[in-house]
Design a binder for this molecule. Structure first.
Ligand SMILES: Nc1nc2c(ncn2[C@@H]2O[C@H](COP(=O)(O)OP(=O)(O)OP(=O)(O)O)[C@@H](O)[C@H]2O)c(=O)[nH]1
Ligand SMILES: [Mg+2]
Length: 192
């Protein structure tokens, strides 16, 4: 098992060439505001390890955390939010990152209330084509009512179509059981 409480911030890297050495990467990716930084804090039982914000586009750099001396957990900028200029922070950073590095696992976060858009689907396709292992996490489960919960499987079909495992975890940062499920799934996928 992984002790997520044994965590330390290593660095914020403006580009993948400045990544720290030594361990492999698990990268948290997803649309801006989906809850990546919040999930990292919740998993690690820390309030302000990763910076969160109610405004999208908060995380601008690749933030590396050493988890239990087993891997680097990488908090990435979100996609789908263009702050300024022709590209969002995600496109710039990720093109550079994926040109030189391959994460051992991508934790793909998707807001459980949403319908997948083209950019969600193309990113999932990309990960699948690259042979990168994916764990699909549907976030903000506490905001769903029963009928919204029942509609999830149908809603996310276009996304799951490009995701061979097709299993997903419904998560709320307020629910310890769902956080334990994420931790257990990561352990199992990494055989840790
Ligand atoms: N109700 C609820 N709110 C959540 C949950 N997870 C995250 N949030 C809220 O969603 C907002 C965005 O969270 P962040 O963790 O900053 O999102 P992010 O994906 O890191 O965003 P960027 O860094 O901009 O890409 C914050 O207001 C969080 O409090 C959840 O499980 N339930
Ligand atoms: Mg963030």
């Amino acid at each position: 098992m992984i002790d997520f409480r044994n965590v330390s911030f290593i660095k914020s890297a403006p580009s993948a060439s400045q990544r720290p050495d030594g361990l492999f990467d698990i990268m948290f990716v997803g649309r801006s505001n989906v809850g990546k930084s919040s999930l990292i804090n919740a998993l690690c039982s820390r309030k302000d390890l990763a910076f969160t914000s109610s405004k999208p586009g908060h995380t601008r750099l690749l933030n590396y955390y050493n988890v239990d001396n087993k891997f680097y957990l990488v908090d990435a900028p979100g996609y789908g939010y263009v702050a300024k200029g022709p590209k969002d922070a995600f496109s710039e950073m990720m093109e550079d990152y994926y040109a030189t590095s391959k994460p051992r696992l991508v934790v793909f976060l998707f807001d459980s209330r949403r319908i997948p858009k083209d950019d969600d689907i193309s990113f999932m396709k990309y990960l699948n084509n690259e042979g990168i292992a994916v764990l699909l996490v549907l976030t903000k489960a506490d905001k769903l009512n029963q009928s919204e919960k029942a509609a999830i499987a149908k809603n996310i079909k276009p996304l799951v179509a490009h995701y061979p495992g097709s299993e997903y975890i419904l998560v709320s940062i307020q629910t310890k059981d769902s956080l334990n499920a994420v931790s257990a799934a990561i352990s199992s996928l990494l055989k840790l």
